[in-house]
Design a protein around this ligand. Structure first.
Ligand SMILES: [Zn+2]
Ligand SMILES: [Zn+2]
Length: 268
């Protein structure tokens, strides 16, 4: 169906459910939503719509996985155990509570570019590392109101379940994630600092449309505040780096002098 609608994107299908993002024209994506809504198996599916100028994926990829998001815990079923779902407004209010602790449920390279003010950002490179992180930080979470968030709310379904399973009762998750929070007419992204990393060609999107908007990342070369994320121009490195416009102009799109030299040598 996605092929016939000329959609691009990434979709994962597992026993837990379906998660994915597709891009296409308004007409194509509306037809996709209608088709999913009219099938009883997917009629309760939640859609988040983000207007953009064209395709944000180069191709279409649909895969079957044991877990939709790989935590290494196929047995932990979010349909059975998960944190309370909070609307953007409820989440904002809960963050103001004195004993609240906000945990960023994403990887370090995502929280580097933006996160909720005051959030704990685990230094993990992969979602699979969260069980170890949690085991090491159990003590610091005792007696707290635990709030988790991620990009679209999917990883939190699993992460908040994992935290509850570890013996915590007061666990809640941001329903629909940062993207939903950003589009909510009441919160308008309030208290989110920086940008939200996304797994498509846009790299990062604006979240905060209020007066609390701030850039939290800095240019790797000059240290100025900067939220431009670029892949290193030496393909073998490809590291994602913050580079300001001025530095990209004078130095090129490289993360280091070494990579710049490597690329120069490669193109000789
Ligand atoms: Zn710079
Ligand atoms: Zn590099």
């Amino acid at each position: 169906m996605c092929e016939s609608l000329e959609l691009n994107g990434r979709i994962l299908i597992g026993k837990e459910g379906i998660n994915g993002t597709v891009s296409g024209t308004v007409e194509q994506t509306n037809r996709y939503i209608e088709a999913m809504n009219s099938d009883p198996k997917t009629s309760e599916m939640d859609f988040k719509i983000d207007p953009c100028d064209g395709h944000v994926f180069p191709k279409l990829s649909i895969k079957i996985r044991d877990e939709i998001v790989t935590l290494g815990r196929e047995d932990l079923n979010p349909n059975e155990i998960t944190g309370n779902r909070l609307s953007p407004r409820e989440f904002f209010e809960a963050m103001q509570e004195e004993n609240a602790i906000v945990i960023d449920g994403r990887n370090n390279y995502e929280s580097d570019i933006g996160r909720f003010k005051g959030a704990v950002c685990p230094d993990v490179e992969n979602f699979r590392d969260f069980p170890d992180w949690l085991a090491e930080h159990t003590e610091s979470l005792k007696g707290k109101k635990i709030l988790t968030y991620c990009t679209g709310g999917i990883r939190c379904e699993k992460l908040s379940g994992l935290i509850r399973e570890s013996g915590f009762d007061d666990v809640a998750q941001l329903d629909g994630g940062i993207i939903n929070y950003s589009h909510d007419p009441e919160t308008q992204g309030r208290d989110f600092e920086g940008l939200c990393y996304v797994f498509d060609e846009r790299v990062a999107v604006e979240v905060n449309h209020t007066d609390t908007r701030e850039i939290v990342s800095t240019c790797k070369h000059c240290g100025e505040k900067c939220a431009r994320y670029r892949n290193c121009g030496w393909p073998k490195c490809n590291a994602q780096t913050f580079i300001c416009e001025a530095c990209e102009k004078s130095f090129g799109k490289f993360c280091s002098v070494e990579c710049r030299e490597n690329q120069a040598a490669a193109s000789d």
